[in-house]
Write a protein that binds this ligand. Structure first.
Ligand code: AMP
Length: 402
């Protein structure tokens, strides 16, 4: 049986700051949060990843009882050995069970729900699916993955995300899409306008439920779930299982099976250090030096506001770096382009605000630079978790004013 090299990080050994209450900025409840004081000593750590262990899956993709179209597409994507979450979730999904997946991004969770959902869509012509993600970027990534897995199946879809025009979305909706993917706010808008009906949707996926609730989407999500067909299959994915997530699942899932591949705090695999600076020009010079280091091959630089991000991005381009920016003031098209160029390494420095960086899953980011101090320690761990995905050790550097 083939094995899937799967990195298990040591479990969390410290309190990573209290769970954020209220809105997290970017969701409906919005609002600026009061910043915590973060002692710089908490920002210096040596990565403590545990040894990669072999997970021996019980299946190969070719063993799953799924349509040949799906099998061929999975093979064409190079998926032969299922990741642990796929190995455990796909059979449950194919058996029609409700599944709760406790998993971080980067574990292969998208295909773990996409395969059983696509299989049912292909074989049950009346079935429909709704996939909800907290951010536009994540919704976009899910759509790409679903599209490639279902290629040639003839399934129709619609992607409903904020920040992009209503026209194409309305056109896709008129075609009665079998699969609808989107963010809670825009899906709810379509529901309110009567342009989307969910009463015959019999499969639902909520991805990153905890983050969705952090962002203040609880009312929207609850309302969406209430609209669905009463006889349905549900997939809930979350990196954490707190009482709010449990409450939602208890209300909406039926006899769910839980699959957990949670691997401790994702920041355990990140080397963390600080850089002290005096004034603005020293700060800029130090950032310049960091970015010149050949080890810093792909980096997200966080700054505070849309304006400061834009200004810093321009300064870095003038200094000759392949830099771009991503923030909420950009159109959806610009954000997608920025992300695609970064993924394809056409740019190697992405300057971002916290909100815009949510849901970005680029596997080869080597460094995260906090050019401005995050508001809370939880924001800090979200930020630095972007570095060193897929079992690699990442690096985080935080600028601290002397
Ligand atoms: P996800 O957690 O779904 O965002 O997936 C993380 C990354 O792993 C994506 O780039 C996927 O294309 C890739 N991936 C997912 N499943 C597999 C697999 N079974 N074999 C190889 N790569 C995979």
């Amino acid at each position: 049986m083939p094995s899937y090299k799967y990195s298990v990080y040591s479990s969390a050994k410290r309190n990573v700051g209290g769970r954020r209450s209220g809105g997290g900025g970017g969701g409906r409840s919005g609002g600026k949060r009061r910043g915590d004081y973060i002692d710089p000593s908490r920002l210096i750590r040596v990565a403590t990843p545990s040894q990669a262990v072999d997970y021996t899956p019980n299946h190969k993709f070719e063993d799953f009882a799924v349509d040949e179209v799906l099998k061929n597409n999975l093979a064409a994507k190079g998926y032969t050995v299922p990741s642990p979450i796929q190995d455990q979730t796909i059979p449950l999904g194919l058996a029609g069970r409700d599944v709760i997946g406790i998993a971080n991004t980067g574990t292969g969770k998208t295909a773990s729900f996409a395969v059983p959902v696509m299989q049912r869509l292909i074989h049950e012509p009346k079935s429909r699916a709704l996939i909800v993600a907290p951010t536009r970027e994540l919704a976009q990534q899910i759509e790409e993955e679903c599209r490639s897995i279902a290629k040639g199946s003839g399934l129709t879809g619609a992607i409903l995300i904020g920040g992009s025009g209503m026209g194409p979305q309305l056109r896709d909706l008129r075609n009665n899409p079998r699969i609808v993917i989107g963010t809670p706010g825009r899906i709810k808008d379509h529901l309110d306008r009567g342009t989307l009906k969910l009463h015959d949707v019999n499969m639902v996926v909520l991805d990153e439920v905890d983050r969705m609730l952090d962002m203040g989407f609880v009312a929207d999500v609850t309302e969406l779930l209430r609209e669905l067909a009463p006889e349905r299959q549900s997939f809930f994915f979350s990196a954490t299982m707190d009482p709010r997530v449990q409450g939602l699942i208890r209300t909406f899932a039926t006899d769910p099976e839980t699959v957990s591949v949670k691997t401790g705090e994702s920041s355990d695999h990140v080397n963390q250090d600080v850089v002290y600076y005096g004034g603005t020009s020293e700060k800029m010079a130090k950032l310049h030096d960091i970015l010149l280091d050949p080890a810093v091959s792909k980096v997200i630089v966080f700054d505070e506001t849309q304006r400061s991000v834009e200004r810093l991005g321009q300064e870095l381009v003038i200094r000759g770096f392949k830099a771009d920016t991503i923030h909420g003031g950009k159109s959806q098209g610009q954000r997608i382009r920025a992300l695609d160029n970064f993924k394809a390494s056409k740019t190697t420095v992405l300057v971002a605000t916290d909100v815009a960086a949510r849901g970005i899953d680029v596997s080869d980011i080597t460094h995260v630079v906090n050019f401005s101090m995050p508001q809370t320690y939880q924001d800090y761990t979200h930020r630095i978790g972007r570095a060193g995905r897929a079992g690699k050790v990442g690096h985080a550097i935080t600028f601290v004013n002397k």
